[in-house]
Ligand binder design. Structure first.
Ligand code: AMP
Length: 249
């Protein structure tokens, strides 16, 4: 099988994000950026499938600024075979990302597109679903296990009340959940080798996809500050406070 893994450059999950004073968005100046954690899981799964002999080639694609090369190189160091950077400045909305990925799918003809279930910057959780719809392909979202079985791909996913396993016909779109695996760290020799792996670059404008935003962000605000907790002496006092102060009983 050939696998396409889209990876997004996002604010590192350890960074405490700051909202810009004009509330237009999050301040990205001098902030550490990394590969979206769910995409690292997708890369890891693709590499494991390759190690198991199920996958022959892993292509990684990122849509974003020039610097998104760093995230592609990381994926190459983890074991992907080649990369494609689609350069676009500013925000590219999910539908435009999905349309660009559709164009890549038409050219690369992967058997599986393995994406993160969501990007941790905007928490949209929709790119994989949109791509599956645009391509008319089967989809398995929030995968916690992926196995090839004959000409089907078995995807186990957590649903209310348990685990559901579905058999997808290929080509298919699969999105990864946290439980799927624990991504490896790239070793230094693999980081060096990754510098020699092929990385193509194309401008998003070459694809004839309309990148004009359809959504307008009205404002971005910090969550309310958490108030300090208090200790109560007795159950009666707790019940009294819940009733008369918090008003939740
Ligand atoms: P989202 O729907 O934005 O939460 O993103 C879900 C997944 O789509 C991410 O985990 C990535 O695998 C992929 N994705 C979203 N945006 C991009 C992008 N700009 N470049 C590459 N992949 C992306």
């Amino acid at each position: 099988m050939k696998v396409l893994v889209p990876v997004k450059r996002v604010v590192d999950y350890n960074v405490k994000v700051r909202v810009k004073p004009d509330q237009s968005g999050v301040d990205l100046a001098n902030v550490k950026m990394s590969m979206n954690p769910f995409d690292e899981i997708a890369v890891e799964e693709a590499v494991r499938l390759k190690e198991a002999g199920t996958v022959e080639e892993i292509v990684v694609v990122s849509i974003g600024p020039e610097k998104a090369q760093d995230q592609i190189r990381q994926a190459l160091a983890m074991g992907a075979d080649r990369g494609l950077l689609i350069t676009a400045e500013g925000e590219v909305e999910s539908l435009a990302v999905a349309k660009l990925l559709k164009a890549v799918c038409e050219e690369e003809k992967p058997d599986v597109v393995l994406l993160g279930k969501q990007a941790i910057d905007d928490d949209r959780n929709q790119t994989g679903q949109m791509l599956a719809a645009l391509m008319g392909w089967s989809q398995g979202t929030f995968a916690s296990k992926v196995e090839k079985d004959g000409d089907k791909l078995h995807v186990t996913r957590e649903v209310d009340g348990g685990l559901q396993t579905i058999a997808l016909s290929l080509p298919a779109v699969v999105t990864t959940d946290l439980r799927l695996n624990e991504p490896r760290y790239a070793s230094l020799p693999n980081i060096m080798k990754a510098k020699k792996k092929p990385l193509d670059k194309k401008a998003a404008s070459e694809f004839g996809v309309d990148l004009t935003p359809r959504l307008e962000t009205l404002k971005v605000t910090e969550p309310p500050k958490r108030e300090a907790g208090i200790k109560v002496e007795s159950v009666e006092e707790l019940v009294d406070k819940l009733k008369n102060e918090a008003g939740v009983l």
